[in-house]
Write a protein that binds this ligand. Structure first.
Ligand SMILES: C[S@@+](CC[C@H](N)C(=O)[O-])C[C@H]1O[C@@H](n2cnc3c(N)ncnc32)[C@H](O)[C@@H]1O
Length: 430
């Protein structure tokens, strides 16, 4: 702990323990809006597999496959060299797999394999370890293994057995690597639980997901639905920035989930994924939030004389429109038909929901996406402006998602020649 304190001390931070939250990151100086609180490189990371990406920089163009394992891509020799120490072992392990099994190696399987191999390489001193970038530090992260339900356990166990199979070769002695209490698949299972709680989705500057990484110090930061900081990425490096003034001695918090939802939805998601009940100021302000929840997720009361909005209860998922789910737009497709169906949904939601309803906002986001693909900039702008009204309601003033929506708006205004409006929007982005 002392070494860890020394490692973060110079950055104006300290690690502490709170009875109800476990470890937390505190400030030992003031941080101002936009200021970088912390930067950290990933302990391990992998690109996602929606499109092929370079393992080194996550670029998706001019890629070449690793000729030996045929499972990993690089954009050039610089990235290949930078990844070689770790990939050398991974490459041998993957190459040994039958072709069919190799196809089942998803990014989460690779992440786990890499976690093990990093540990092996650090133990053998092939790659350097620092206090904040060591396997011991990673192992001290929360795992919640005991809280997993049967379904999660079965899923993790299946993944763990594939990882175990990949790692079973002479040079890698699982027993030796896992010198702690648990061994073999059971230890891998525990690590999956750890990754589920601590790994972060790496996004590009427009918040589109690129991959997954584990950033041990960032993982000490606890959640709040009214966070005072955000986690963003510059390439693969994680950057935590203040979104408001954080005074000396305050706890740094980020949002683990999309904070656009009502308290009920947020609490349910946090409980299911992170096993805690949030007690942030937004969650405990329960009474006002019932009204807020009705606005964000409720439906108009059937009684015409009533101005109220119906709210779904925590057990019943009944009010989520199934048609809406099935219609989820997948690009590329029939744009005209998608537009007419989404407009139908929008009309229905305008009758049923509050103007600030999240479902209505999501429908408009989909419409905006399709209209932009079609190049219908005028209508896209109208929808973009409508979504901004929703975003302003659910995200704090300096939230990156709000910034991005202003950015889209500014770009469309610029394209349409609405220079003054564009300057206003882009100034806002800045
Ligand atoms: C990424 S870890 C955060 C660091 C963690 N507190 C630790 O001791 O290592 C996530 C876990 O921290 C705890 N946690 C995070 N935010 C919390 C909050 N607002 N209230 C209570 N527990 C929280 C939960 O157990 C959650 O699964």
């Amino acid at each position: 702990m002392e070494e860890l304190q020394n490692a973060v001390k110079d950055g104006g931070l300290a690690v502490s323990n709170l009875p109800e939250k476990g470890r937390c990151l505190l400030t030992t100086k003031n941080f101002y809006p936009g200021e970088v609180i912390l930067r950290q490189e990933p302990y391990v990371c992998v690109p996602n597999n929606t499109v092929s990406r370079c393992d080194g920089c996550f670029a998706s163009e001019s890629l070449k496959k690793c000729s030996a394992c045929q499972a990993v891509w690089y954009c050039g020799s610089t990235c290949q060299k930078s990844e070689w120490k770790l990939h050398r072992l991974e490459c041998i392990a993957l190459s040994r797999l039958e072709k069919e099994k190799r196809k089942a190696v998803t990014p989460s399987i690779r992440l786990m394999v890499r976690l093990y191999l990093s540990r092996k390489l650090q133990n053998e001193m092939f790659i350097p370890a620092s206090v904040t970038d060591s396997c011991n530090f990673v192992e001290a992260l929360v795992s919640h293994l005991k809280d997993l339900d049967e379904k999660q356990l079965v899923l993790y166990a299946q993944m763990a057995s594939l990882v175990h199979l990949i790692l079973q070769w002479p040079e890698i002695n699982l027993k030796e690597i896992a010198e702690k209490l648990l061994q073999g698949p059971q230890l891998i299972l525990c690590c999956y639980s750890l990754l589920a709680c601590n790994a972060h989705t790496i996004c590009d500057c427009e918040l589109r997901p690129l991959g997954t990484g584990l950033y041990p110090i960032v993982s000490i930061i606890n959640h709040s639905c009214l966070p005072n900081a955000v986690l963003i990425f510059e390439g693969k490096s994680s950057v935590v920035r203040a979104v408001e003034h954080i005074p000396e001695g305050a706890e740094v918090s980020i949002a683990y989930i999309d904070i656009a939802g009502s308290t009920m939805t947020r609490q349910k998601t946090l409980k299911e994924q992170y096993f805690f009940t949030c007690t942030c100021p937004r969650c405990i302000k329960a009474y006002n939030d019932i009204q807020e929840s009705a606005i964000l997720e409720g439906y108009r009361c059937k009684d015409d004389r009533c101005n109220g909005f119906l709210l779904r209860d925590s057990e019943d998922k009944g009010f989520i429109c199934q048609t809406y789910k099935e219609l989820k737009y997948k690009s590329p497709g029939n744009h005209e038909e998608a537009i007419s169906q989404y407009k139908m949904i929008e009309k229905l939601q305008m009758e049923l929901c509050h103007p600030f309803s999240i479902s209505l906002m999501r429908t408009r986001e989909e419409l905006l996406k399709i209209l932009m693909e079609l190049g219908d900039w005028r209508e896209a702008l109208a929808y973009c402006r409508l979504t901004i009204l929703g975003y302003q309601r659910v995200y704090p003033e300096l939230h990156p998602l709000l910034g991005l929506q202003y950015y889209t708006c500014g770009k469309i205004e610029w394209l349409l020649g609405y220079t003054e409006d564009a300057i206003k929007s882009l100034t806002r982005v800045y």
